[in-house]
Design a protein around this ligand. Sequence first.
Ligand code: AQP
Length: 334
Amino acid sequence: MENNEKKRILSMYQCTGTFTLGNYLGALRNHIRFQDEGYQCVYALADLHAITVRQEPANLRKYTLEAYAFLLAMGLDLDKTIFFIQSHVPEHSQLAWVLNCYTQFGELSRMTQFKDKSAKHADNINAGLFTYPCLMAADILLYQADYVPVGADQKQHVEIARDIAERFNGLYSPTFTVPEPIIPQHGARVMSLQNPLSKMSKSDENQNGNISVLDDPDTIMRKFKRAVTDSESCVRYAEEKPGVKNLMEIYSCITGKAMDEIEKEFEGKGYGDFKPAVAEAVIGELRPIQERFRELLADKGYLRGCCRENAEKAHAIAQRTLSKVMKKVGYLPL
Ligand code: AQP
């Protein structure tokens, strides 16, 4: 049941690979908490966005179902949160087209993610990559979302969604809620274990740099043991020690310990003790989720049922917004 009194939070995740520890600690874990903090959460897997970069079809299907099961395994509660797959709700593509026509070429040209991604995928600078922010605006505006939790890299996309909403509301009459970006308080930015100056990413070519949330304990231990640190061998939180700083942030995020507590815990000990301790904390955090994930993934019928039911719930909300929009732009009703 839709609860009109609760503020609505919208978030979507790309299913272009297995989630990393960065996605988990920086976003997913915090976002799931919103469902118990008095918000109505509408979450989705952004498979329409995913194909702005070429995907292997079988992998996209696999990653989508796995990501769906993973969020449920983490505790996403379908009685409180609507959780669906973007391509199952056609209103996203429909509204995106309309919003394309209310967004200027110049605005889209200024998006830093477009510049970054087109530099990274120079052989496939497709129109979808360019108009991605219009689809993202549609994702948000369809649900009349009040808040969108974002990392700093996505803030520009929420701003353009706000601009598009205000423009449309101004041209016609109030149609869309103008969304606010929120940066969750406990959102750690997890860096690559091999290059602690760049963020941990699903698409990192060096798989030793990222921890996948489905990595087994031995792999997690091995990756942490190989993590790039420095020659000082002292567990100290400092900007000039980005590798150690990153490991301390991961450890702190999981154990809840403050930096000075961690420094004290490892006083007189070197990285040979610290790195396995971080690995153990991560393994312990992920173990119960991985177990639940495997049970859920074995029950594809249940997962498909959840996808269908939630797509219907999402569609019911999205359709209301889309029909208002169609009426306002002057489309002849069927
Ligand atoms: N390293 C990170 N630290 C903290 N937060 C992170 N997020 C991503 N990486 C880190 C946050 O995760 C959420 C979901 O992200 P996404 O799946 O939509 O895509 P992304 O940000 O593009 O993640 P990746 O892993 O870097 O994917 P690729 O490699 O495909 O580009 C977002 O809230 C994001 O901030």
